[in-house]
Design a protein around this ligand. Structure first.
Ligand SMILES: Cc1cc2nc3c(=O)[nH]c(=O)nc-3n(C[C@H](O)[C@H](O)[C@H](O)COP(=O)(O)OP(=O)(O)OC[C@H]3O[C@@H](n4cnc5c(N)ncnc54)[C@H](O)[C@@H]3O)c2cc1C
Length: 335
């Protein structure tokens, strides 16, 4: 087996956490491996992981590879794998690789598997795991086919953290046509740091349910206050924001909802299945189609005025039967 850990740099030439996790994934397989890096400052980035124990370092850099563009990325990835003579490719499931590596796999005549959550090696046999059917079925499989490209989900390995050193890097040439350069990335549209409420690395998932937008005990709705409490908590705690489907539906139906919540925040059967050590649900009933999205939330708590809400039916570790407006006001004050 000839293994390569394939990484790409960020726009500033650094290696992201997901790239460093790929290096750890390759190391943990316990066989000799090479490192291939593409993107801005790829050669310098080899230096950052020079002490990882890799047998060889391969880099593709240059203006054409600084932007994540399908055609040039596919050409670079194909060239890196061929230069290393690799028949097993490990890469992180980043948007850049998820989009382009299947194309490179096709050109290499390789099989490709995505969203790998576990890897082990016995002799030449790699055994991998991935979830199917919205995280309901965990499959364990191996493939005899080579080459094999494996895209590994983030957050499974400790990011490699060795000292930087001098690396002997093989500069891999890539032949590009004009057609390969036809697409240009003209800019990036990203939400502002404050508006970025989905934080995969946060220790806590904070879920806002539709109760925040409902009539409260004084008979009135207090959506503005709810928004201020939730955003205040997110800002102070660094938590990631999830929501129930009801909140998202309010938005799309044009009713007065919580404007900073979108369908991207929805957790559940028809939403996302985020991974966080802890979760706190507020003003959310805890119905099964929502709670199924909490599969990877280890410690679960909920605040609900209703002692018979779904969370109290064995779905949470702790349920606070309390008014979330009062609780979060107090929590924010303490923070
Ligand atoms: C096919 C299908 C797929 C679905 N997929 C999803 C999905 O992916 N994600 C999802 O979330 N839902 C999904 N649903 C919908 C789901 O069944 C529920 O309707 C939804 O989760 C309810 O949202 P909620 O708990 O926020 O709102 P509600 O059911 O309206 O609950 C509001 C809660 O707030 C509490 N509350 C009110 N005021 C306060 C207060 N001051 N303090 C504390 N608590 C208070 C109330 O007691 C109540 O429990 C799906 C449904 C179907 C049929």
């Amino acid at each position: 087996m000839k293994l390569i850990a394939l990484l790409h740099t960020q726009a500033d030439g650094s290696l992201a956490k997901a790239a460093l996790e790929t290096v750890s994934a390759a190391k943990q397989l316990g066989v000799p491996f090479a490192v291939g890096i593409l993107g801005k400052g790829a050669k310098a980035a080899c230096g950052a992981v020079a002490a990882c124990g890799a047998e060889g370092f391969f880099a593709v850099e240059g203006e054409a590879f600084e932007q994540p563009r399908y055609a040039t990325d596919v050409a670079a990835e194909t060239a890196l794998v061929q230069a290393a003579g690799a028949d097993v490719v490990l890469a992180a499931q980043t948007s850049r690789f998820a989009r382009s590596l299947p194309g490179a796999a096709y050109r290499l005549g390789a099989q490709v598997d995505t969203h790998i959550v576990s890897l082990s090696l016995e002799g030449e046999k790699i055994t991998a795991q991935r979830w199917y059917y919205r995280q309901r079925i965990l499959a364990t499989f191996s493939r005899a086919a080579r080459p094999l490209v494996l895209l590994v989900d983030a957050g499974l390995y400790e990011p490699y953290a060795g000292e930087a050193a001098a690396a002997t890097v093989q500069d891999v040439a890539v032949a590009l046509t004009d057609a390969d350069r036809r697409t240009t990335v003209t800019g990036v549209q990203a939400s502002s740091a404050d508006g970025q409420t989905i934080r995969p690395d946060a220790k806590l998932l904070f879920v806002a349910g539709a109760g925040w937008t409902k009539k409260q005990k004084d008979g009135a709705v207090h959506t503005d206050e709810a928004g201020a409490l939730i955003q205040g908590f997110l800002q102070k705690s660094g938590a990631s924001l999830g929501s129930s489907k009801s909140v998202v539906d309010l938005q799309s139906e044009g009713q007065q909802g919580l404007s900073f919540i979108s369908h991207m925040n929805q957790v559940g059967q028809t939403g996302s299945t985020p991974r966080h050590p802890k979760g706190l649900a507020t003003c959310c009933h805890g119905e099964e189609p929502h709670v199924v999205g909490w599969r990877f939330i280890n410690e679960r708590r909920a605040v609900n005025t209703d002692p018979n809400c779904g969370w109290a039916q064995g779905k949470a570790d702790v349920v606070y039967v309390a008014d979330a407006f009062e609780v979060m006001q107090k929590v924010n004050a303490l923070l």
